[in-house]
Write a protein that binds this ligand. Structure first.
Ligand SMILES: O=P(O)(O)O[C@@H]1[C@@H](OP(=O)(O)O)[C@H](OP(=O)(O)O)[C@H](O)[C@H](OP(=O)(O)O)[C@H]1OP(=O)(O)O
Ligand SMILES: Nc1ncnc2c1ncn2[C@@H]1O[C@H](COP(=O)(O)OP(=O)(O)O)[C@@H](O)[C@H]1O
Ligand SMILES: [Mg+2]
Ligand SMILES: [Mg+2]
Length: 338
């Protein structure tokens, strides 16, 4: 009998395609029965395929419409992930609301989000009442997180003088000292991996009082080292060696909780450890389909995941949907889980 193969279509921006669709991933997936196929975004998605699974990170109403049409024509294909579920992450307020709703108990650690407010116009920005309970320094973040360079432009604001330069709509979030290290937790289906990255340094009491400009701009601080990030080397170079990791079981519980609440398979979240307490963790950012290729061994991980997805779909006995050209399963049964 011919080997059964599966088609995974991907629709990604050119930069994402370059970083994620590497030959090593394509070859490994192919050897296990998964064909990664580029979706031509200049043509209708519904006219392409057949695909057992569609992997995507594109923005906008037109793309949502295309996915909806595709879903009608191919009800059995898996869309990773549903655009309605991803949309929550395009707004920095709705993104973190889900964290506040999680119910997870852990013997010695707690988690939450930093204090924050949303400002829609300049007038409210200078209204001290709107600020009640929020202390300087704060980080000003664009409300919209739509993947544009603009949506990553942040400012650390030390005092009221710094507010002049801000352009609402923005989120003002209390800056929390965290030892200059951020934990990035990558989730791929059931797999959870936490890594350390360089973050903003702590702000001293003198700096809080003495900053002349009142504001310091920055962007994508944890992504500044673009070179090889095989973790041992990167940790040494960035002097991250000494920072203790958060407990894996705690992080995994949060990841699972977020995954279930958000109904997403592919995301990461940024966590900092509040230096005032040492056992309090704050989630500050959640990203859809992040830079997985930075993780050593991402090819195996993602291939395992694709196999898992298409096998589950087979096992659930969903009727075939014009995907007949793919025959015989060749994925290994094994899927790594933490
Ligand atoms: O490009 P990369 O590999 O640095 O990945 C970016 C992510 O970096 P990370 O994996 O968290 O270190 C990055 O995470 P941060 O927001 O920097 O925490 C975003 O997920 C970014 O996507 P977008 O611009 O928000 O749509 C991601 O960018 P895209 O690759 O999706 O454009
Ligand atoms: N509340 C905070 N306290 C301290 N540092 C923060 C806080 N929020 C963000 N940062 C720092 O700013 C960086 C960018 O913020 P983040 O919300 O992750 O935006 P982006 O989506 O651009 O990654 C983080 O990686 C971290 O270094
Ligand atoms: Mg971030
Ligand atoms: Mg982000």
């Amino acid at each position: 009998m011919a080997e059964r193969r599966f088609g995974v279509g991907y629709a990604l921006a050119p930069k994402k395609q370059r970083s994620f669709i590497q030959e090593s991933l394509v070859n490994l997936a192919r050897s296990r029965g998964i064909d990664l196929v580029r979706i031509d975004t200049d043509r209708s998605l519904a006219d392409q395929g057949p695909f057992d699974c569609v992997l995507h990170k594109l923005y906008g109403d037109d793309w949502k419409l295309q996915l909806a049409e595709f879903r009608v024509k191919n009800p059995n294909a898996v869309i990773l992930d549903a655009p309605e579920a991803i949309e929550r992450l395009h707004n920095r307020i709705s993104m973190l609301q889900v964290v506040s709703e999680l119910k997870i108990e852990h013997e010695s650690n707690t988690f939450g989000i930093p204090k924050q407010i949303v400002i829609y116009d300049k007038q409210t920005l200078f209204d001290r009442q709107a600020w009640e309970g929020l202390k300087f320094p704060v980080i000003a973040k664009p409300l919209v997180a739509d993947g544009s360079a603009k949506s990553h432009k942040m400012a650390l604001v030390f005092n009221h003088d710094g507010l002049d330069n801000l352009k609402p709509p923005i989120v003002l979030q209390e800056f929390v000292n965290h030892g200059g290290v951020i934990f990035k937790v990558y989730v791929v289906g059931e797999y959870v991996k936490c890594v350390k990255r360089k973050s903003l340094p702590d702000v001293s009491e003198e700096e809080k009082l003495g900053s002349l400009d009142g504001l310091m701009s920055f962007s994508q601080i944890s992504n500044l080292a673009n070179n090889e990030r095989t973790d041992d080397k990167y940790y040494k170079m960035m002097q991250l060696d000494d920072t203790e990791m958060p407990p894996q079981s705690f992080i995994t519980d949060i990841a699972r909780g977020l995954q279930q609440a958000m109904k997403l398979n592919l995301f990461n979240f940024d966590v900092i450890r509040d230096a005032r307490f040492g056992n309090r963790y704050l989630i500050i950012d959640i990203n859809y389909f992040p830079g997985y290729a930075k993780m050593p061994g991402y090819e195996t991980l993602l291939t395992d995941f694709f196999c898992d997805i298409v096998q589950k779909r087979e096992k659930d006995g969903v009727e075939s949907t014009g995907l007949d050209s793919y025959e015989v399963l060749s994925c290994d049964d094994e899927v790594r889980k933490l």
